[in-house]
Design a protein around this ligand. Structure first.
Ligand code: F6R
Length: 249
């Protein structure tokens, strides 16, 4: 594990976009695992800029999003489909047929949707670079803290903290869906390279609990420490409780 501390959110976004750019410039047909959330917005804005400047070409890129709420259509302003189009896909030349976002409007169809999603990732040759944010409770994707974690893409009941944290995007907390489809821990861990972004003081406890050397399913992001090619980019606020801890070799 590598931890990079950025001076501020702007620098974090710049460093993250640079990592994606290096992946794109270095691979023939890159497969990206994408996250939504407010942390990733600066990185997407920077990637759009790099596309407009002619530095990046997304034509050969294949994308798989981590997660989506159950029951929200793609036109719902809080759906992750909507987020991805507004922040990224509508502004770059990713081919629509190369975009994958789990879609489930009826939880009874979830099993089949999840199985197909994992198959699609395998068919695309696996994920080259997986981008992640982190929840205030240490979740990644929507893999919530618990005694057990699921390995594959699955239907999940969202934790109370997650519903509360995400209610800032909705008119009221009871509008936040209680279920989502998320890639599982092994779907994420199979990526060749993983980059997690953490910004802000409210993420500092989750960053400390995830990356200080212990591993537990009650802090899902802590499992990423076991990955061979895993980098955290945290801004100063998010890294503030790490103290002098720096990962060993
Ligand atoms: C979203 C996702 C979530 C977010 C996390 C942080 O696709 O997978 O795990 O990355 O909840 O969200 P923000 O950045 O809004 O704090």
């Amino acid at each position: 594990m590598k931890i990079q501390v950025a001076a501020n959110y702007l620098e974090l976004s710049e460093l993250a976009a640079k990592t994606v750019a290096e992946q794109l410039l270095g691979t023939g047909k890159p497969v990206l695992g994408l996250a939504t959330g407010s942390t990733a917005e600066g990185m997407y804005a920077r990637l759009v800029e790099m596309y407009r400047q002619g530095i990046l070409n997304f034509d050969p890129v294949v994308t798989f999003n981590l997660d989506e709420y159950v029951g929200l259509g793609p036109d719902h302003p809080q759906s992750y489909h909507f987020y991805m189009h507004r922040n990224f896909f509508d502004h770059v030349n990713v081919r629509p047929e190369n975009i994958h976002i789990p879609s489930c409007y009826d939880a009874r169809e979830a099993d089949e949707i999840c199985r197909n999603y994992d198959q699609e990732i395998i068919k695309a040759g696996g994920i080259d670079l997986q981008l992640l944010g982190i929840g205030v409770n240490g979740h990644i994707g929507f893999n919530e803290p618990g005694r057990y974690l699921q390995t594959r893409t699955h239907l999940v009941e969202l934790a109370a903290e997650t519903i509360q944290a995400n209610s800032r995007f909705f008119n009221a907390v009871d509008e936040v869906p209680h279920q989502a489809i998320t890639m599982g821990i092994s779907s994420i861990m199979k990526a060749a390279k993983i980059l997690l972004l953490a910004s802000g003081e409210n993420k500092a406890p989750a960053v400390r609990d995830s990356f200080s050397g212990l591993v537990s399913t009650s802090v899902p992001a802590s499992l990423l420490q076991l990955h061979q090619n895993f980098t955290v980019i945290a801004d100063r606020e998010a890294a503030s409780l790490l103290g002098n801890y720096r990962p060993g070799p």
